[in-house]
Design a protein around this ligand. Structure first.
Ligand code: G4P
Length: 283
């Protein structure tokens, strides 16, 4: 993954979104179910004003289902229609069409009453890089029409794809940028792999993750790495223990903490530490 958010990329992505938004009825916003707030674009409400809105909590297979329930309630209370999805395996995708129809019910009814020909409703999928936009679009198309893993900021030719007779999807996802201004959000985005972590100290990132897991998911590290954690163990002590247990030593026989941090982050991202969500809605 190599995402670099130069101001030029951001401006281009925003322009693309503004150009296309006028063409759609519904904006389906993808969020990472593990970090629903940090993966939200702060300007989306402005950008998608006057559009019907759908929130898709994607990667819910990796998230804590109890917390996903809380997040679903949170966004529902704010008036959004919410879908929990695992686009990789196709779970939750079947709700997409009925939810869109429900959102468009009044408009369809009005068209019907006026005897107008039914115009298909149009949807844009929007979200930050790596949240799963291409994967979801491929699922909805039912075949591999767009390549997953597209580089952010690259505009493809605009194309409408009819997924049902009354529903069309814009084959160009709206690329948004995440919440950068809040340092905590930045850490969560890096931990989940949403942004390039090359620029971040992996060990620091691993410490943040360890600290969070210790507080919120006690037992997860012990279970995965077969270690015991004492109450006075700091985050660095825990990384040490994982390192020894895995036998990661450098040629000189020193602990290879860098490698340990990389493995820990990778395993977290792959769901090997369990189903974990890094933030909770305000109660
Ligand atoms: P984007 O268009 O928003 O940039 O994201 P994209 O679809 O390229 O997905 C980014 C990565 O997230 C991909 O993994 C994809 O498989 C994975 N992904 C998407 N949706 C889900 C989901 O609901 N659950 C899980 N667990 N993963 C999801 P990758 O490692 O880059 O590619 P691949 O090795 O899976 O092909």
């Amino acid at each position: 993954m190599d995402i670099q958010w130069y101001p030029g990329h951001m401006a281009k992505a925003k322009r693309m979104m503004q150009e296309n938004i006028g063409l759609v009825d519904i904006v389906a916003e993808l969020l990472d179910a593990r970090i629903p707030l940090s993966s939200r674009n702060p300007d989306i409400d402005k950008l998608a004003a006057n559009k019907k809105r759908l929130i898709i909590l994607n990667k819910s297979d990796l998230a804590d289902s109890e917390r996903t329930k809380l997040w679903t309630e949170y966004f529902s209370r704010k008036g959004f229609v919410v879908i929990c999805a695992d686009s990789k395996n196709g779970r939750g995708i079947k709700d997409f069409y009925p939810m869109c129809r429900e959102l468009m019910r009044e408009k369809i009814e009005r068209q019907r009453q006026r005897g107008r020909i039914l115009v298909p409703s149009r949807v844009m999928i929007a979200g930050i890089p790596n949240v799963g936009k291409s994967t979801l679009i491929n699922r909805l198309f039912g075949k591999n029409m767009t390549k997953t893993g597209d580089r952010p900021g690259v505009t493809k030719n605009k194309q409408w794809v009819r997924i049902r007779k009354d529903l069309e999807l814009l084959d160009t996802p709206g690329i948004l940028w995440p919440k950068f201004d809040d340092p905590e959000a930045g850490v969560k985005l890096a931990v989940t792999g949403a942004i390039n972590d090359e620029i971040v100290d992996k060990r620091e990132l691993a410490f943040s993750l360890i600290g969070y897991l210790k507080e919120n998911y006690p037992g997860s590290l012990e279970k995965r790495y077969d270690i015991s954690i004492e109450t006075d163990d700091g985050d660095a002590d825990i990384l040490d223990k994982i390192c020894r247990k895995r036998g990661f030593f450098s040629k000189g026989g020193e602990l290879d903490l860098q490698r340990t941090a990389i493995v820990l982050l990778d395993e977290f991202r792959g769901g090997k530490l369990g189903s974990i969500t890094l933030e909770e809605p305000d109660r």
